[in-house]
Design a protein around this ligand. Structure first.
Ligand SMILES: C[S@@+](CC[C@H](N)C(=O)[O-])C[C@H]1O[C@@H](n2cnc3c(N)ncnc32)[C@H](O)[C@@H]1O
Length: 205
């Protein structure tokens, strides 16, 4: 990666505030709810986007399971029109993080909204989406079927590109990839060897 997202951490007693340097000498402040949670998948995906901005510049981008919205905010900083999404319970944290980072960035096009994988979505609702992002969303087996359904709905028009940063650690992860291979052509387009994180590009068959 050429344009690293570096972590300049300022620790407070209870909450941990992380500050990330991103493109154009700007930075993102993320308030962490849990000190032990790592943002490495989002960082790797963000770095990949910074180095391949043509994939998202001027495009409509939707991030699934956005957490703090790091990858989505990097996409907004690069000129994409972004929707960062989460399940209802995670929305307050996502919304406040996006709002906290937006005030001086009038040029950003970004909004946060609920997209719960367990709820059916109509493909027309997101028919203008060009690129779907997901950082570390292949992680709980119980969610795999729902996640696959959501990915299928979002790629209904077949032109949409899906970019996932993930660690393929366990048999269950490999099984999920097999499930996806029935519907998507999957290419491993990058690997961060030090963090053992891959970026997969999915295109609907
Ligand atoms: C491991 S975290 C990754 C968060 C973030 N993308 C990152 O890399 O920092 C997985 C995320 O998926 C979200 N998630 C889990 N089940 C979900 C569901 N049913 N609908 C929407 N989001 C879900 C969680 O709330 C969580 O933020």
């Amino acid at each position: 990666m050429e344009t690293k997202i570096s972590l300049l951490t300022a620790k407070k007693k209870k909450a941990v505030v992380e500050k990330y340097n991103i493109v154009n000498n700007s930075s993102l402040i993320l308030k962490m709810e849990d000190r032990n949670k790592k943002r490495m998948h989002a960082v790797v995906l963000g770095e990949y986007l910074q180095d391949h901005r043509h994939l998202i510049q001027g495009k409509k981008v939707l991030e699934l399971g956005a957490g703090t919205g790091l990858a989505g905010m990097v996409a907004a900083a690069l000129g994409a029109d972004v929707i960062v999404t989460e399940r209802e319970s995670a929305m307050p944290h996502l919304t406040s993080t996006v709002l906290a980072n937006s005030p001086n960035r009038k040029h950003w096009k970004i909004k946060a909204s609920v997209l719960d994988w367990t709820q059916p979505i109509h493909y027309k609702t997101y028919s203008d989406v060009d690129v779907v992002l997901g950082a570390d969303i292949i992680y709980i087996e119980e969610t795999f079927k729902d996640l696959l359904k959501v990915l299928m709905s979002l790629t209904h028009n077949r032109i949409v590109q899906v970019l996932l940063s993930c660690k393929i650690r366990y048999d269950r992860d490999r099984n999920f990839l097999k499930m996806m291979e029935e519907h998507f052509s999957i290419n491993e387009i990058y690997e961060d060897h030090s963090r053992h994180i891959k970026i997969l590009s999915l295109q609907r068959l």
